[in-house]
Design a protein around this ligand. Sequence first.
Ligand SMILES: *[C@@H]1O[C@H](CO)[C@@H](O)[C@H](O)[C@H]1NC(C)=O
Ligand SMILES: *[C@@H]1O[C@H](CO)[C@@H](O)[C@H](O)[C@H]1NC(C)=O
Length: 154
Amino acid sequence: MRLPWELLVLQSFMLCLADDYTLHGPVFIQEPSHVMFPLNSEEKKVKLNCEVKGNPKPHIRWKLNGTDIDIGVDFRYRVVEGSLLINNPNKTQDAGTYQCIATNSFGTIVSREAKLQFAYLENFKTRTRSTVSVRQGQGMVLLCGPPAHSGGKL
Ligand SMILES: *[C@@H]1O[C@H](CO)[C@@H](O)[C@H](O)[C@H]1NC(C)=O
Ligand SMILES: *[C@@H]1O[C@H](CO)[C@@H](O)[C@H](O)[C@H]1NC(C)=O
């Protein structure tokens, strides 16, 4: 006897197959989100997600601040299944707004903008931090922990 959920699984599997065989323009499965890269992190890479389906298989490009990233030129960059991996991210070179662009013969789609920022924990606070004033040596409680020293503003 076949259980109903098995039928459901089979059905969605077949829908999925049908979808894969139908020619269609690129569609985002996952778009990049803002990334805050902690300057003091152990992790030496950043991943900006982008996952696209389409038939024919879409070609994926990335833009940084509106300019195409030439993946081949900088060895720190890699595109894996559409997602952008940056090794040894560097604030000077990599901070900015990223977009993923997917193209096939049916058209082109452009993802939302995802900001890559470099910061110490204190930058997780809202931008209206100026309302908080603390004298040196005075105790202060922040929900995300005490602010660390920061080398400069973004
Ligand atoms: C980041 O890139 C800039 C410009 O290329 C360079 O001067 C700086 O040394 C780099 N910083 C690190 C930590 O690699
Ligand atoms: C991208 O633009 C932002 C905002 O204008 C700027 O701070 C950043 O340095 C730019 N990034 C690059 C790599 O040019």
